[in-house]
Design a protein around this ligand. Structure first.
Ligand code: ZN
Ligand code: ZN
Length: 148
């Protein structure tokens, strides 16, 4: 069974032939700046995704790109282009009705969440140090992490 998502203007359509069960949220500096607050994504294998429409991408770090609709600016995905997760899409939940039925299961850079808001729930919370201990390629990028 496939699920179809779309951007705000409808020019970009994304069809997914895989279950979207889990949402991961990220509070790292790059995700906060790009998303405007907190970035959320649902991991989906490359082979199960088909995309049509005017997509633009920005290589936000040496290993990943971020994509948006060139007409309306809606965020579409974060995707690793190098490394062990290369090709895996992290599609934004807002493209799909009811977030594709997925639930928030993981919050990374949880200790970097600004003081003024928080995500409720009993999902897993991972600090910056915990995340970078197992994702050394992220810490190696000068644009990730502290930018103050
Ligand atoms: Zn659009
Ligand atoms: Zn992030």
């Amino acid at each position: 069974m496939s699920v179809t998502g779309r951007c705000l203007c409808g020019a970009v359509r994304i069809v997914v032939d895989a279950p979207m069960a889990e949402i991961s949220a990220c509070h790292c500096d790059m995700c906060r700046r790009w998303s405007g607050s907190v970035q959320m994504g649902m991991e989906v294998p490359e082979a199960s995704v088909s995309v049509s429409g005017p997509v633009k991408t920005y290589r936000s770090s040496h290993f990943a790109e971020r994509a948006w609709c060139d007409t309306c600016g809606s965020a579409l995905w974060l995707r690793d282009v190098e490394g062990r997760n290369a090709g895996v899409f992290e599609l934004v939940p807002g493209l799909f009705d009811n977030a594709g039925g997925a639930r928030l299961t993981r919050e990374v850079y949880a200790d970097r969440c600004p003081d003024g808001y928080a995500l409720a729930g009993d999902h897993e919370r991972i600090s910056r140090a915990e995340y970078e201990a197992v994702n050394a390629h992220v810490a190696a990028d000068p644009r990730e992490g502290d930018m103050q």
